[in-house]
Design a protein around this ligand. Sequence first.
Ligand code: FE2
Ligand code: FE2
Length: 184
Amino acid sequence: MHSIFKQLADDHINISYVMIVLAKHASQWQNIDDIRSDLDFIQDSLHYLSDYPQLCHHPIEEQLFDYIEEKKLCDPTMFSELRAEHKELETITNNIKEQFQAFSDDQKMGGFEELKQSTVSFIRSQQEHVKNEDTLILPEIDRAMSEEHWREFTTNLNFETDPVFGGIQCEKISQLLRSIIKRK
Ligand SMILES: [Fe+2]
Ligand SMILES: [Fe+2]
């Protein structure tokens, strides 16, 4: 298994793990005070779930989709839905981050039910996307990409955003993951 493929699969495990932990926290919120006292954890989780995919994970996936399409290694229509989902997920994630930021700044933007509902539907959207990729897309990519393809893809990869080769920003966000796991 190529290291980039493994990194994408591992990213899904980490992202899913943070979502499970966040879902567990959300299931225990009974009122607005529960949310207030959980705010540090919620905001760190949302920070990870927005920045890691947007800065480190989606850019690699999308460069890989481009490469596979260019080489005609898979059905060319299979990635268009995922690209749209990336955009949609980024909007949903940015919105929920703003909602909790406004709450933290005491500007309200929704009461208890709204914050809890936004969290639950945000988690559902993220989980559906990861499940879709894990069950349908990653196996296709694994099947389509030969060692030679991976070599060529890696040579042309934009290293700035590549967690495998140590993008500094990605490393910082991975530290945040470790701190979230400690506070689960
Ligand atoms: Fe994705
Ligand atoms: Fe993904």
